[in-house]
Design a protein around this ligand. Structure first.
Ligand code: FNR
Length: 178
């Protein structure tokens, strides 16, 4: 099973990147996860949507060839980070490569609410006609207090979170296979 992963933060010490790396390693026997780069994508420009820059073409093609998409993202100002929205906007135009793709969403924040407001928006965005990602229903992975749940060496110290990630990933595998 080929899964592409999109991380909504581009900062070096990103907690979400650490969660993404943890998942990539932990679930390697269940799926092949390739992390995609949103940092190199230019700002979306509708003038270029039919013949976008090469980085966008490569990005879109990786999604096209994948069996599913896994998004790991922080919440910015009660919504989806701009870089992530920018990537989704590119994907939503021209050949709409996300249409029908199974999507799993994970979010982590040092705050208490674990990206819940971002994920509500993200599910709404995924339902837009140009995007059309089929988000795994329920299975809301909201990791609050993430700064206390990572060991800084690639591991997660919070067993309840790890157990939940295991369960949701298994659900996602079944969802992709169905
Ligand atoms: C934040 N942060 C934040 N956290 C949250 O729970 N809800 C929010 O609405 C916001 N808003 C917000 C806006 C902006 C512009 C920044 C930079 C940050 C805090 C955020 O969760 C924290 O910085 C995380 O560490 C960002 O995720 P990464 O980069 O660690 O993955």
């Amino acid at each position: 099973m080929k899964i592409v992963m999109i991380v909504g933060s581009i900062r070096k010490e990103s907690y979400n990147q650490q969660v993404a790396d943890f998942m990539t390693k932990r679930f390697k026997d269940k799926m092949t996860i390739e992390q995609l780069d949103i940092k190199s994508l230019p700002f979306f420009n509708q003038d270029e949507e039919e013949d976008p820059p090469e980085t966008v073409k490569i990005f879109k093609n990786k999604i096209k060839e994948a069996d599913g998409v896994l998004v790991v993202t922080p919440e910015y100002n009660h919504s989806v980070p701009g870089m992530l929205k920018n990537a989704i906007d590119w994907v939503s135009r021209g050949d709409r490569v996300m249409t029908g793709k199974p999507v799993m969403i994970v979010g982590a924040t040092p705050g208490f609410l674990g990206t819940v407001r971002c994920q509500i928006h993200l599910r709404q965005i995924m339902a837009a006609p140009g995007v059309g990602g089929r988000v795994l229903p329920g299975n809301e992975v909201l990791i609050g207090g993430v700064n206390k749940k990572l060991d800084g060496e690639g591991g997660m110290t919070d067993t309840a979170t790890v157990d939940f990630l295991d369960t949701v990933t298994d659900n996602f595998v079944k969802f992709v296979e169905a």
